[in-house]
Design a protein around this ligand. Structure first.
Ligand code: SAM
Length: 284
């Protein structure tokens, strides 16, 4: 950790500023300071951002930067960056994560403009750490395909993925998506994280079938992150003694020397070679 510091750089900077995903308190002191000091805030929806700015009494000028004008707006934002800092915000969470921002960041880097991302709220991480699913590796999938066939093909392509899968999902599609998960991936552990940091926050954790039953009975509402446990490690099968004896007998009866038969059977059976060899001597 380091103490709050004044800017080390005096060149105009594009700041990527995360905003709350629900609870207005979930914004850092630094994010508030950057929003206050920037020359311009580029916002996905200026009305949404205005609510946040009013709450914190910030009066920095706003311009829109959203999915439908993001390329047309690049020049205006780069013009602003000639003389001052620009703070990019989305409606909620971290800009450029399933939100506009990626192209702006890429173009800024290409044009030699300083880019400074601030750490802060994102629904992915909030959901993941509360899910109880492994966090040591995860795959962020963005929004899942909407069409059933495409969704099933997509899930099939992930069937052997061992890391936790994290996706954004809409409440209207959640039940069908859980059905597809159960049928394509089996009854895996899943977690539905709903309305994070808001009044009706809910975590439903359990096998896909149980979570599906819950949301079939109670239609989901609000914003949702869906997490799916990665594929389980396939346990090597260990043979029992009768299986080992039978396999060994078959090889010995076929004329194979005990040493090589014991080695082959031990490998297939998950046994120590010496233990298989001893059984062979006993049976002789
Ligand atoms: N950039 C944002 C972030 O960093 O979290 C994500 C933006 S994406 C357009 C919006 C989706 O994020 C929602 O449809 C929902 O799936 C998820 N989301 C956002 N806020 C959420 C919340 N409070 N609880 C659960 N999911 C949320």
């Amino acid at each position: 950790m380091c103490a709050p510091h004044d800017r080390l750089f005096t060149v105009p900077t594009l700041f990527i500023v995360p905003t709350p995903i629900g609870n207005l308190e979930d914004i850092t002191l630094r994010a508030l300071r950057i929003l206050r000091e920037a020359a311009l805030i580029a916002a996905e929806d200026t009305r949404t951002t205005r609510v946040l700015l009013q709450h914190y009494q910030i009066t920095t000028p706003l311009t829109s930067y959203h999915e439908h004008n993001k390329l047309a707006k690049l020049d205006a934002i780069f013009d602003a960056l000639q003389s001052g800092d620009v703070a990019l915000v989305s409606d909620a969470g971290t800009p450029a994560i399933s939100d506009p921002g990626y192209e702006l960041v890429r173009h800024a880097i290409e044009q030699g403009i300083r880019v400074e991302p601030l750490p802060g709220a994102s629904a992915i991480i909030t959901a993941l750490v509360g899910s109880g699913l492994p966090t040591d590796g995860f795959v962020y999938l963005g929004f899942l395909p909407r069409k059933d066939r495409a969704l099933r093909d997509f899930l099939t392509s992930l069937a052997t993925e061992r890391r936790t899968l994290v996706a954004y999902e809409s409440p209207n599609r959640l039940v069908d998506t859980l059905k597809a998960i159960e049928s394509v991936l089996g009854d895996r552990q899943v977690c539905v994280a709903r309305e994070l940091s808001k009044k009706f926050e809910e975590f439903q954790r359990g096998p896909a079938s149980a979570v599906l039953a819950h949301f079939e009975a109670t239609a989901p509402r609000g914003e949702i992150v869906l997490l799916i446990a990665g594929a389980a490690e396939v346990e090597p099968t260990i043979w029992d003694e009768a299986q080992v004896r039978a396999a060994l007998r078959q090889r010995l009866d076929a004329g194979e020397p005990l040493s090589s038969a014991a080695r082959a059977v031990a490998t297939a059976a998950g046994w120590e070679r010496r233990a298989v060899y001893s059984l062979g001597i006993e049976d002789d």
